[in-house]
Design a binder for this molecule. Structure first.
Ligand SMILES: [Zn+2]
Length: 193
């Protein structure tokens, strides 16, 4: 049977390419998913986010499904936990955005100093966890943080952002990286003056 949700997979391909081309993640880092009713469409493990084809996805269920989950991104457990606790969330992005990761090592939460970041993001929480990759702890704790913020950052690892569409999740991922970049430049310039 052909894989369903072709239109949605095409959209994820497009957004994944933008994330990589905008320098928001590394070649093999990051993942993307969309919720379609009781199904989750998520990137396959090991595929490069910037060079996906519509075949590079797994369609699995909101409930754990050993058979379908086998080839999914290792962060499926985090995506699934978010979808299960936040029914209004339709898309999730995760990336290893360099300025965002750097700032997560310095701050307990990110408070943008630029006006766009303030408006779009407000204060973004940083989650400090023992295990940071494919982590049960992150899956347990991150949905709560995303109830009040469109983005949350795993310290030393990277942000998860949510939206009603993949493009909205991209908007928050991009705004967060921009805000962290501005914050980093501002602090560096301030030290020199
Ligand atoms: Zn990651």
């Amino acid at each position: 049977m052909p894989l369903p949700f072709f239109k949605e997979r095409l959209e994820l391909v497009k957004i994944g390419r933008i994330v990589f081309e905008a320098g928001l993640t590394d070649s093999h880092g990051g993942n993307i998913s969309i919720r379609c009713g009781n199904y989750i469409v998520i990137k396959k493990s090991g595929k490069m986010l910037g060079y996906l084809t519509p075949e590079d996805f797994v369609v699995t269920t909101l409930e754990e499904n050993e058979e379908l989950d086998r080839f999914a991104s290792i962060e499926l457990k985090v995506h699934r936990a978010i979808y299960r606790e936040l029914p209004e969330v339709k898309a999730i992005l995760h990336a290893h955005s360099p300025y965002t990761v750097a700032c997560s090592l310095l701050f307990d939460s990110i408070v943008p100093i630029d006006s766009e970041g303030k408006l779009l993001l407000g204060e973004v929480p940083v989650l400090s966890a023992q295990e940071v990759v494919s982590s049960d702890e992150v899956a347990k704790k991150i949905p709560e943080l995303l109830k009040t913020s469109p983005a949350a950052i795993i310290k030393s690892h990277g942000p998860f952002t949510i939206g009603r569409t993949p493009e909205e999740a991209l908007k928050y991922l991009s705004a967060l990286e921009n805000s962290c970049k501005i914050l980093s430049i501002f602090r560096a310039l301030n030290k020199r003056s």
